[in-house]
Design a protein around this ligand. Structure first.
Ligand code: HAS
Length: 550
């Protein structure tokens, strides 16, 4: 187990912090776009200065779903690796910096095209919508930059293994590498469609694009993408939270197994985003729906493990009865409260995911604003509140500062504000979705039909939620800036939990990378080869570009 007194090396800390700064800027700009969107949807507000609704929606989705998450996660993974597998070597750190700058240049390129109104194609950039070539080139650079960082992480982990033959690897490092493998395998899909299809098409070197193949490659990436967001949150839930509450990790083996299951089952499931699309044989959709239900299992295991950690801790403090442990948890500690609220939200969010994945029910909610409600619960609440919870100890740890009591109080207020805002927003999105309100539509596009009138109260609730959430963004930025630059100097712990004494020994089979990556490749081949060949053989005429969405 990692020595909790060891500080992350200063140079490694700088690398992680550089990633966090970009993430915070993305949070501010993306959050502002989010506020404006909910106001437009309420029908009470018109965008100034010729800004388009879809331009705004693209800024929001790209900056929050792609930039904020990727930068925060890579920063967190580098810090976790440095803490638990030892200080990064100069070569690995250099790879980290090259990766960082490549990603940052890519982000700037993509962001510029969106701001110039040349890439209002939303964060999923579905063909035949076409953006400026530099939108896609920027995205490709973000992916390539993340690969460079990933290679550095693998090299560092490999060095640890070589120096400690036969030993079980540190849990946080294991999880870091697992998350990065998932990302690498997943991004092959998006890199392929961007490099082979979108870039040549956007330069005009080819006239048309095969829409179904581009969407299939996108969703091959798009679903594991959501687990790339989730797994770092799970790293904190499994390893950090037990230490923060003063308890123990329920089981090291169970935590590793759940990460392996995520690796295996998160990738061959992309079709569950394409259940309504023609051109994919229903049998293959059925297979991927089954695999989607498999990927629910590691989340249920996680819920079980967390309940166990909480209960063990509560009972060690004298709690009795079925839920006596609940009162023993440290409710006044923002490092705990924010991720805990994230866990609570994940219960309805997960239930919503299961509804989405259930083929027939998907027909009811697909392309409605229910789906937007689903991902505001999952990524914008569960994941983001956990990331905030991580920032409350990781940033002062890296900057050599401490979080004051006043900042902790503000962080509690921030968590409550986020909870209230997101309850308004995501609940109203779910209800409006059930009434058929479309996602991705501005108020002006669906006019004043009788059905649209039914949605209005929910649109207003969304605007209220969005405005409350904007206050939440201002609060979190105040806290993050304080922790980065102004908080008093001092030592803050990087909490790494210890495994409970009663837990079973971790079997070395769980460290057999060749085996797990091999099974993953087989599963991907089974789930995708035949439908993909089918798509190529029966491809309809390609689509010409469509540039002006509105
Ligand atoms: Fe999803 C669409 C299915 C999880 C994000 N999803 C999306 C989109 C996004 C997204 C961004 O099958 C929209 C993409 C787009 O733009 O079109 N999703 C699922 C399923 C799961 C799931 C089955 N999604 C996530 C996560 C996301 C995310 C996680 C981000 C981080 N999703 C779908 C489907 C669609 C979809 C379809 C396509 C819909 C369509 O038609 O377009 C599962 O992984 C969920 C499993 C989760 C659980 C919950 C376990 C609970 C835990 C908390 C325990 C709490 C504790 C505290 C311990 C089973 C671990 C308790 C304390 C107490 C006191 C009670």
């Amino acid at each position: 187990m990692a020595d909790t007194t060891i500080r992350v090396d200063k140079k490694d800390g700088k690398l992680a912090m550089a990633h966090f700064y970009v993430a915070f800027i993305a949070l501010f700009l993306g959050g502002t776009a989010g506020l404006l969107q909910t106001l437009v949807r309420s029908g009470e507000f018109t965008l100034p200065a010729g800004i388009g609704y879809y331009q705004l929606l693209t800024v929001h989705g790209v900056l929050l779903a792609l930039v904020l998450t990727t930068f925060f996660i890579i920063g967190f993974l580098f810090a976790s690796l440095s803490k638990t597998a030892g200080t990064l070597s100069p070569k690995v750190r250099l790879l980290g910096w090259i990766g960082f700058w490549t990603m940052t240049i890519g982000t700037a390129s993509t962001a510029t095209t969106i701001l110039l109104g040349e890439a209002s194609v939303l964060y999923t950039f579905y063909a035949p919508l076409q953006a400026h070539p530099f939108f896609y080139i920027g995205l490709a650079l973000v992916v390539v930059g993340s690969w460079i960082s990933g290679i550095g992480m693998f090299a560092h982990f490999g060095k640890w293994k070589k120096e400690n033959p036969g030993k079980v690897t540190p849990l946080l490092s294991f999880m870091t590498v697992m998350t990065m493998i998932l990302w690498l395998v997943a991004t092959l899909g998006v890199a392929a469609t961007v490099l082979i299809q979108f870039i040549p098409w956007s330069f005009g070197w080819v006239e048309t694009i095969d829409v179904l193949i581009s969407r299939t490659l996108f969703w091959y990436f798009g679903h594991p993408l959501v687990y790339f967001w989730l797994l770092p949150a799970y790293m904190a839930w499994y390893v950090v939270i037990p230490k923060v509450i003063g308890g123990k990790i329920f089981s090291d083996a169970l935590a590793r197994l759940s990460f392996i299951l995520f690796l295996l089952f998160s990738i061959p499931v992309g079709f569950h985003h394409q259940l309504t699309e023609p051109g994919i044989d229903p049998n293959w959709k059925y297979l991927q729906v089954v695999l989607t239900f498999m990927v629910v299992i590691p989340s249920l295991m996680t819920a079980f493990s967390l309940f166990a950690s909480f209960e063990l801790y509560g009972r060690s403090k004298g709690a009795t009865g079925l839920f006596g442990w609940f009162r023993k948890l440290p409710w006044g500690d923002a490092r705990f409260l924010a991720p805990f609220i994230g866990m609570l939200f994940f219960i309805p969010a997960g239930a919503g995911g299961i509804i989405n994945a259930s083929h027939q029910m998907n027909q009811v909610i697909h392309n409605t604003i229910w789906v937007t409600g689903h991902f505001h619960l999952t990524v914008a609440t569960t994941v983001l509140l956990t990331f905030f919870g991580i920032a409350y100890w990781l940033i002062p740890h890296l900057t050599g500062r401490v979080m004051t009591k006043a900042m902790n109080k503000l962080a509690i207020v921030q968590t409550i504000v986020w909870t209230v805002g997101m309850t308004f927003m995501s609940a109203s999105m779910h209800f409006a979705g059930l009434l058929g309100a479309p996602r991705r539509s501005s108020f002006s596009t669906y006019g004043d039909s009788a059905q649209a009138m039914d949605w209005i109260p929910y649109q207003i609730a969304q605007a209220i939620g969005g405005s409350i959430l904007f206050i939440g963004i201002i609060l979190i930025l105040v806290i993050l800036i304080n922790l980065s630059f102004f908080a008093p100097k001092g030592e803050t712990e990087f909490p790494v939990g210890e495994v409970a004494e009663e837990a079973e020994k971790t079997p070395m089979l769980l460290e057999n990378w060749k085996l797990w990556v091999g099974v993953l490749v087989v599963l991907i081949l089974i789930a995708y080869t035949i439908p993909f060949v089918d798509m190529i053989q029966n491809a309809p005429p390609g689509a010409k570009p469509f540039k002006n969405i509105l």
